[in-house]
Design a protein around this ligand. Structure first.
Ligand code: CA
Length: 237
């Protein structure tokens, strides 16, 4: 199953690349390497990997800029940022630039492999023409619709670019309308993590980014609402 999946490692510390390559290949992933940000960006564009492990401090271009540029180009590849433990702010910053996840160094290889698996797209995405897909999209609420075959989201016929994680969060909530889920619930069920901690902030940042993309007025959302002290839910009248 994994042998068709390619992971691009963008990291300038050769010993970390070596350990990552060894362990990913052991899990039957194909690996690509880049030792600076520019090369990482070029390989992401030309090789279309299934997931990118992206260091922050890199020569030529930092990881945040690589991530931001890829997202601006509409590339929704799952991206896991590798941050140094002491740089707490990097986690939130990474998520805000469009990364799906982060992992702090030094990381356990077991945890990293689990996160790679959890972040890699499991369903092969077909790519029908947007217009055709919009026609067969199922309406969810208001003028928001989701095509679960093509993994595309539309608002008023316009395609909305979501990262894989944003898409999964939206479809998870939308398929269970008006049911409130705590951040811990969402971490376990959407992120597939069997543990939680500070990581629940990931949920908040992802909800905020999702609102900015799908809501008319992100400050007064109509789709994804907060039940204070309880969690988030997808509102359907
Ligand atoms: Ca580095």
């Amino acid at each position: 199953m994994n042998e068709e999946k390619t992971v691009l490692i963008v990291e300038d510390e050769k010993n970390i690349v070596d350990i990552l390559r060894y362990n990913l290949q052991k899990e039957k992933y194909r690996t690509l390497e880049a030792y600076d940000g520019e090369d990482g960006l070029n390989k992401a564009r030309s090789e279309q990997p299934d997931l990118i492990l992206l260091d922050v401090m890199l020569p030529k271009m930092n990881g945040f800029d690589v991530c931001r540029l890829l997202r601006e180009e509409g590339d929704n590849v799952p991206i896991i940022i590798l941050t140094a433990r002491e740089e707490e702010e990097d986690k939130v910053k990474g998520l805000e630039t469009g990364a799906d996840d982060y992992i702090t160094k030094p990381f356990s290889m077991r945890e990293l492999i689990a996160r790679v698996g959890a972040n890699i797209r499991r369903t092969a995405m077909s790519a029908p023409a947007a217009a055709t897909a919009a026609d067969s999209a199922m309406p969810v609420a208001g003028d928001l619709s989701i095509n679960t075959d093509s993994h595309q989201v539309f608002r008023g016929g316009r395609t909305i670019d979501l990262t894989q994680r944003e898409y999964e969060l939206l479809t998870f909530l939308a398929s269970r309308p008006n049911k409130v889920f705590s951040r811990v619930d969402l971490m376990e069920q959407v992120w597939n993590y069997g543990y939680v901690g500070d990581d629940v902030r990931t949920v908040d940042v992802t909800v905020r980014r999702l609102r900015e993309k799908i809501e008319e007025d992100p400050a007064n959302p109509q789709f994804i609402l907060t039940r204070r002290g309880a969690g988030y839910y997808f509102a359907v009248n």
